[in-house]
Design a protein around this ligand. Structure first.
Ligand code: URA
Length: 238
């Protein structure tokens, strides 16, 4: 059965117990977020179960949360302490009751784009090998990246233990710096790919994950995904 849709101003007024006029004002002022994204259009149709927040504070339970973090060095993606503090320690306090997890993982020593959600179904779909979500990394290397090494990497390199990478894109930015775009996510893949051509990755940053990128997002900060980003990730929009 299709989910019931309500106008955002009506739902906000109902949840806050305030006049519709007041709800409209709050929405236009950008103080109301729906499922983690600020919405300034009172007529927007939203699901009855959407999570509404006022000034960043959830108004009631329900609705999934979608965040992008610019992960700093030294934090780990698991909830337990396995050699570092969890990225969950960086999530805004008002979301601390949510059961968030990262969509895929970044190493402790990798920085950059990390999606967090409590929507297990979407996370599962995004991580499915058949989905081919492109992930772009910037790697700083300990030596020069040759044209021959780029050809080997782009063709899909073997990792030496029987594991075989899919073809990918490698763009040389400087002698010792490259952009790598992968559509898969093997354990420590970028570091192991460069190791297979005799190079050590000194710094690794994920620039983007599908349609999400860290432009304008400070290291260690999170932001809610926009409605457009969520629709793109869900495949509801091209
Ligand atoms: N590849 C790696 O080697 N590390 C990451 O964190 C992500 C991709």
């Amino acid at each position: 059965m299709a989910a019931l849709l309500y106008r955002l101003d009506k739902l906000t007024a109902d949840v806050l117990g305030c006049p519709r006029k007041e709800a409209v004002q709050l929405i236009r002022q950008g103080r109301i977020a729906v499922d983690g994204s600020v919405c300034t259009v009172p007529e927007t149709r939203v699901k009855e179960k959407s999570l509404l927040a006022k000034d960043g504070r959830p108004l009631r339970e329900g609705g999934a949360v979608y965040l992008l973090m610019n992960k700093p060095l030294g934090f780990v993606c698991s909830a337990e302490d396995d050699g570092g503090q969890s990225v969950l320690a960086l999530v805004p306090e008002q979301l601390s009751s949510k059961k968030l997890f990262s969509v895929g993982r970044l190493d402790k020593n990798t920085t950059g784009a990390l999606m967090l959600t409590d929507d297990g179904d979407l996370a599962h779909r995004l991580l499915a090998p058949s989905r081919h979500v492109p992930k772009m990394y910037r790697a700083v290397l300990d030596g020069e990246l040759s044209a021959a090494a780029i050809r080997r990497l782009e063709a899909g390199i073997g990792l030496g233990n029987g594991e075989q990478c899919l073809p990918c894109r490698v763009e040389r930015l400087q002698d010792r710096m490259a952009l790598v775009t992968l559509e898969e996510g093997k354990y420590h893949q970028v570091r192991r790919m460069f190791a297979a051509v005799g190079l050590f990755v000194e710094q690794l940053e994920r620039i983007s994950f599908g349609p999400l990128n860290t432009e304008g997002l400070e290291l260690g900060k999170t932001r809610p995904l926009t409605a457009e980003e969520i629709a793109l990730l869900k495949g509801e929009k091209e």
